[in-house]
Design a protein around this ligand. Sequence first.
Ligand code: FAD
Length: 441
Amino acid sequence: MNQVNRMISGFFWIALFLAVVLLPVCLLLVAPTPSGRPFWLEFSLALGFFGMTQIAVQFVLIARFKSLTAPYGIDVILQLHRHLALVALAVILLHPLIILIDNPSRLKLLNPLSGNWASRFALVSVLCLLILAGTSLFREKLKLNYEYWRFSHLVFAVLAIVSAQLHVFLAGLYTNSWWKQAIWITATSAMLALVLHLRLIKPAWQRGRQPWHISEVRPERGETWTLVLEADRHAGMEFLPGQFAWLKLGGAFTLKEHPFSFSSSAGSRTRLEFGIKALGDFTSTIKDVEPGTAAYLDGPHGAFCIDRYPAVGYVFIAGGIGITPMLSFLRSMADRKDPRPILLFYADRNWEDLAFREELELLKNRLDLNLVFVLEEPPDDWQGEQGKINSEILERHLPEELIHRNFFVCGPAPMMNAVQDALLEFGVSKTSIHLERFNLA
Ligand SMILES: Cc1cc2nc3c(=O)[nH]c(=O)nc-3n(C[C@H](O)[C@H](O)[C@H](O)COP(=O)(O)OP(=O)(O)OC[C@H]3O[C@@H](n4cnc5c(N)ncnc54)[C@H](O)[C@@H]3O)c2cc1C
């Protein structure tokens, strides 16, 4: 998809989103409607419907539809999901608040014993939404295991939307005609069908149509392993250098699914590589994966791609395992015999842990590539850069003519922020700086 198509598609999705979230409020105005009720009460109902539709839209946002994520990048869509869900929650909370301010005697509805079924389902829905927000905002502080959190997120989201729908039906206002009821039932069923698609149909398709197996687990420097996947009798996966995929090992239906950048050349579709650093529960098990293990991929995803941003030359800045998308850039460019100049800054703790450094040196023979290694704990005889990547180090090596270069940065968050600030200070335009953060969750 070229830049113009991406823009058109971007505007299309924004327009569709606005139309969808405003549709229920418009439906409220179509007869038959209840009459003689105070404005604030009607307004609070409109907020409730508006908030609920926004929650329903979240199911679409997280469904990883490529046509939806391509114009923006999936990381932007997931950020949007986080912000919109919080806005929806705030809007939904205003709905009961206004009703209570209008008539404080309705406070008894908050008690499940004295309330009616409509208010009970409303309470369940709001409670689920509050749990969703709390466990997402404070997942790390609460030390919630990522997989458990993800599973509970799905369960509470489904409970929240189904309870909200039951509340709307039992309250009976604005669902007093068969066609309005049909619209609401169809919308809720569509959301539940999406969940089924994501959890059952898509994995079943991956198992039947796009299975992979592990052909090699290669140790690299710095507690890193290269996982090599080979396609089982299918055409493989076409991706752009810099993109990533969600990887499942063993079973297609497992909830254990982790995102990793392709580290291999985009020229090879049936033999893919991922460079994985042992940093946690799942990544520490990679070294023990047996060749022959079944693997499933959901991808390619992501907008961190040189092919999306043509330039006369590139500057890649990597910290630690952030080198993997850069490796895919370099391997792909070498395979394509790309003559454009590249400058790679690569920072890590020490020389021995610098994954893929031998291959990077070899790639200099096939590319117009300059390497700047930056070590935090350099050996005694080290002549190169040391410390953390900062504006002084960048300034010493960056070419004079920055304006026509594109910059790709991937590594620990503090490094990425420091590099971005420095580049902006040097006058690099924001649209020429591309960041890949390895913490989507
Ligand atoms: C776009 C992208 C590309 C990546 N590419 C690479 C790569 O090429 N090489 C590499 O080594 N690492 C890569 N990562 C990071 C890798 O996905 C995480 O290190 C890994 O998922 C952590 O899992 P764990 O169980 O080992 O760690 P844990 O210690 O269990 O988790 C550490 C943290 O990682 C995050 N995390 C855990 N599981 C998931 C999951 N399933 N999905 C998303 N986040 C999760 C959570 O924030 C969690 O708190 C990438 C991440 C992203 C988002």
